[in-house]
Design a binder for this molecule. Sequence first.
Ligand code: PBE
Length: 301
Amino acid sequence: MKNNKKLGATLGLSAILLLAACGNGEQIGNSTNDTQTISEAVDYTIVGIEPGAGITQATDNMLKTYENLAGWEQETSSTAGMLTQLDQAIRNEKPILITGWSPHYKFTQHDLKYLEDPEGAMGGEESLHTIARKGFKEEMPNAYQILDNFYWEVEDMETVMYEALDSSIEEAATNWVENNQETVDGWLEGTEKVDGEQIEIVSLPWDTERASSAVASIALEQQGYEVSITDVDVAVMFEAIANGEGDVSLGAWLPVTHGSFFENNEEDIEDLGPNLDGARLGIVVPEYMDIDSIEDLEPKE
Ligand code: PBE
């Protein structure tokens, strides 16, 4: 890595010499001062989201894992705040590093890339698991069966998330079910109708979980359940399932994102396994940035 850094420095120097030789004072990048590195330009800061998110924790761990990130910080705010900063940076072709995850519509709105993470500090492929309170299976066997059967693909979830940008998650979920009733019938297979039994789905305030909760809720309603969905913090979601205040959640990102929340409550939670595979987290940057790996960043001196 040291050698790489030296090589980087040499290249940087020759670029400056070349620029000086051109003598027209034109800047190479149209945003960053040419003598400035990406690390300097972003002020050794990664733009994060809510402090309570799993990705925020993963990013803090990542900052401790990489020696080249000494002195770096994660600035937390909100998902909306992060997306606004991302939009602004892209409009001005400025460098920015965000904590990013997929599925998410930001990847269709902008050309973005994940930085390589050779230490695997942000995890690899993640699955979204369905978890339930203890006793749920015995008390509500039909609902348990439906939720245990609930599985869909990234493409399905994305269809709901993208359509919701112009309407609402509820409307997009209703349309998805209309167009995919066969899949839903598969989830309902072998279960019996109930008469207005109440189910509490504990969800998270991100589109991934808002989409899966809305679709699961429609499937349950087709079998006669009355469903309520509550969006809470990640920690509260795990606590609510562990202490039985909520029945079920479709939003456990495992093994890394919510790994510690899961382990803390493991004995009081039943894991029904993945409802979606192929999710991911990482440090995300606009494609135009000339950087590929977390290891290419420089420590704050
Ligand atoms: N997320 C989306 C959440 C879970 C859903 C990856 C931003 C997180 O806890 O980090």
